[in-house]
Design a binder for this molecule. Structure first.
Ligand SMILES: O=P(O)(O)OC[C@H]1O[C@H](O[C@H]2O[C@H](CO)[C@@H](O)[C@H](O)[C@H]2O)[C@H](O)[C@@H](O)[C@@H]1O
Length: 303
């Protein structure tokens, strides 16, 4: 099992290339979004920006205890500011209530459980196009009893693995191995798979030192992004500019949707650049708001 953001649960063996080589190749294929920030601002000119933000590793630093992944006050202020300028949604693998508990901004849209639990803002929004203010969408609700059953089984199974932690994310489950002895990682994966054998309607994916169990329905963060754009009234709009910021494999579903729509921009944090880029990117984001207000010239016709 790889340490973080591995490609696939089935491909457990580790890399053969050195980390440096891997980073260089990655950087070659993925130019820095910060170098392109002015271009991004220019490309979004005259368009309605819609912000999509992942939580763990994007708004909050990665920490050992998933219950302590707090975001900083500075980050909360930035997100609040973004939300005054653009419709803003959080798209997280976490249970929606939990991620709301960390962020505590009622003016945002929240898509928890990898997009399987979507709720509109509870505080009134100035965005006229946000027609669906009372929005609640849960495409996997029939899986709730199954998820609870599997959660209980996994909690029991993981008791014998020191450091393992099972997190109930309502429509999906996370089995964390960040604090498990590396020699035990493969055993842990086998244990999880042995439980899932009895549940073919659930599938296993892998994130950052976490195994994620979720329904086999065709729904992911990309679908959630499309759903939210539609709810906001931008389904067939050519003048919308969605921006998605994420750090993990599951965020790639959203990047793919942006590519297919040929719209907006996706920022991906590679793990190895995180500490370098995270603050810098967020320092830059308010520039988007400023530019946007300048283009609108005090006229709020886009709202
Ligand atoms: O989609 P996200 O918002 O990025 O959520 C993905 C998973 O994030 C959390 O786990 C990760 O962050 C933890 C806290 O920093 C860290 O301890 C863990 O190793 C990471 O995998 C969350 O706890 C999971 O439930 C989410 O699925």
């Amino acid at each position: 099992m790889r340490a973080s953001s591995p490609t696939h649960v089935k491909s457990l063996p580790s890399f053969s290339a050195s980390d440096d080589h891997r980073q260089n190749s990655w950087m070659h294929l993925h130019p820095s979004a910060l170098d392109m920030f002015d271009q991004i601002i220019e490309a979004s000119k005259g368009k309605q920006i819609v912000m999509f933000l992942d939580y763990d590793g994007t708004l909050s630093p990665i920490v050992e205890d998933p219950d302590k992944a707090f975001m900083s006050e500075a980050m909360r202020k930035t997100v609040k500011k973004l939300a005054t300028c653009f419709p803003t949604a959080i798209v997280s693998g976490r249970c929606r209530d939990k991620v709301y508990g960390f962020i505590r901004l009622a003016e945002l849209y929240y898509a928890g459980s990898h997009g399987m639990d979507i709720k509109g803002p509870t505080k009134s929004s100035k965005f006229k196009k946000a027609v669906n203010q009372g929005l609640l969408f849960q495409p996997a609700s029939e899986f709730l009893p199954m998820i609870d059953e599997v959660y209980q089984q996994l909690v029991q199974k993981m008791k014998s693995t020191p450091g393992a932690k099972v997190e109930n994310n309502k429509f999906c489950i996370s089995v964390h191995f960040r604090c498990v002895d590396e020699k035990q990682w493969n055993n842990l994966a086998q244990e999880v798979k042995s439980v899932l054998k009895e549940y073919p309607m659930l599938r296993l994916t892998q994130g950052r030192k976490v195994l994620e169990i979720r329904p086999t329905i065709k729904w992911d963060k990309g679908k959630a992004l499309e759903f939210l754009l539609e709810s906001l009234g931008y389904a067939n709009c050519s003048d919308v500019f969605p921006i998605y910021i994420g750090d993990d494999r599951t965020d790639e579903d959203a990047f793919k949707v942006l590519r297919e729509r040929n719209q907006g921009f996706g920022f991906l944090y590679p793990k190895f650049l995180k500490t370098l880029m995270l603050p810098t990117l967020y320092e830059n984001l308010p520039r988007l708001c400023t530019s946007y207000n300048v283009w609108c010239n005090g006229n709020d016709h886009l709202y």
